[in-house]
Design a protein. Structure first.
Length: 277
């Protein structure tokens, strides 16, 4: 049910996973009326019950999304949840006239370039894009060791090497994750996503691979922050990776207690490093 007496509204452009649900609950607790535009084939159907309004759109239906927000009186929104990037090159991508009008302005179809264009188009229509952690700052990972086990000296050498290299790859807007062993790069994330990158890299790591996930140097921190959770640890266990390294203050962690308990049971190290300025 809508929140009685609340004049504040916020929009949610929702992909898959639990992030949209967490945001909806937090925003409504703060007295906001939540209007969701959910991506078909990505977002959970249960979002119909989690929001005050929920409109379903196909990937690429920007005009329909803007229209839904306008009718609901939304002037601020967030973009969150998983979207399988490979769908952009599939029949599931249905760009409407509004979306097609952005393409001539795109330098490339890399993640950040397209997301910035998308955000800019919304802001031109009067919808300001806010940071995805607006009501959920506790999701961001603090600096330091998070797991019970301290990374070994070998793992820390790979962590520092991989962290800096991941930043350089991020400068090219390729991906956020790579897998390293003995300062050799085993896998680099492209369109397949983090879990598949972990599986691919771990297959070459001989049970000693280190996974690194960071933000891109020019990344817009309002959206597409690196995210980890139980699934990340499960992928590492299956692939034989021993250490997870993320960027402190710029990485979202879901189900942190459950994730770290699983890491501890399997003697995996998890550490958050701060980027050098």
């Amino acid at each position: 049910m809508p929140l009685a007496g609340s004049g504040k509204s916020i929009g949610v452009i929702a992909g898959g996973g639990q992030f949209p649900f967490l945001f909806c609950r937090a925003a409504r607790r703060d007295g906001y009326r939540v209007v969701v535009t959910a991506l078909e084939g990505e977002a959970d159907p249960a979002l119909d019950q989690a929001a005050d309004e929920c409109h379903w759109v196909k990937l690429g239906q920007l005009g329909r999304l803007i229209s839904a927000f306008r009718k609901a009186g939304v002037d601020q929104a967030v973009m969150l949840g998983q979207v399988r990037k490979a769908r952009i090159f599939s029949r599931h991508f249905r760009p409407d006239l509004k979306a097609l009008s952005l393409l001539p302005r795109a330098i490339n179809v890399h993640d950040d370039a397209m997301l910035r264009l998308f955000a800019q188009a919304l802001e031109e229509e009067g919808v300001v894009i806010r940071e995805s952690t607006l009501f959920l700052p506790w999701l961001l990972v603090p600096p330091g060791r998070l797991s019970r086990r301290q990374p070994s000296k070998r793992e820390m050498k790979d962590a520092e090497y991989g962290f800096n290299l991941a930043k350089e790859l991020g400068r090219l807007d390729i991906g956020q994750c790579l897998v390293v062993r003995s300062r050799a790069v085993l896998a680099v994330e492209a369109i397949e996503g983090t879990d598949e990158t972990i599986r691919r890299g771990g297959a070459y790591g001989g049970g000693r691979a280190v996974v690194i996930k960071v933000t891109k140097p020019e990344q817009d921190l309002r959206f597409d922050l690196p995210a980890i959770g139980v699934g990340t640890i499960e992928a590492m266990i299956a692939a034989g990776c021993t250490c997870l390294v993320v960027e402190a203050g710029k990485t979202i962690c879901f189900d942190r207690e459950e994730m770290l308990a699983l890491a501890d049971r399997n003697e995996l190290a998890v550490v958050a490093l701060e980027a050098r300025k």
